[in-house]
Ligand binder design. Structure first.
Ligand code: CMP
Length: 139
């Protein structure tokens, strides 16, 4: 059964471009409710840990450097079929391939600086949410 929660980050490029409000509006207008949220900055060590599954990929170093380059907004979002519906809302990883009306089509600059993260499975949504939030921070 599909889960009700997913995890997202508004990445440093979108924060720097002052798009936090517009990105959040697309998420809430897309039917997602905020369960937890924080404005924070990842150290290179924390970013490396978060993206550990990509450790062997050629873009890992670049990804860690970018994700620790400035503040991000981390959030847990809730909706029926959350993971799949959220990935539809954000669009393809590469903004050149993202559909019209998606968050990445509107705000992402490149495959590396792609405005937002969205969990790719219910299991990862749980792991990623737990990386940032304690039980006391989820409502
Ligand atoms: P995200 O959904 O946060 O998960 C992994 C990230 O790696 C992805 O978004 C991209 O930002 C990044 N990524 C994936 N492929 C590439 C690539 N070819 N070059 C640079 N970054 C990439």
């Amino acid at each position: 059964m599909a889960g009700k929660r997913t995890f997202t980050m508004i990445k440093p490029d979108a924060v720097k471009a002052n798009n936090i409000g517009s990105v959040l509006a697309m998420m809430t207008e897309g039917g997602f409710r905020v369960v937890a949220m924080k404005y924070t900055k990842l150290s290179a060590e924390k970013a490396g840990k978060f993206y550990e599954v990509h450790k062997e990929r050629p873009f890992y170093g670049e990804l860690v450097e970018f994700m620790s380059s400035g503040p991000i907004v981390a959030a847990i979002l809730e909706k029926d079929n959350a993971v799949e519906d959220f990935r539809k809302l954000i669009g393809a990883t590469n903004p050149a391939e993202a559909a019209e009306g998606t968050i990445r089509k509107r705000f992402a600059k490149s495959i590396g600086e792609n405005a937002v993260h969205g969990s790719d499975s219910d299991e990862n949504a749980q792991i990623e949410g737990d990386f940032f939030f304690s039980g006391l921070e989820k409502f």
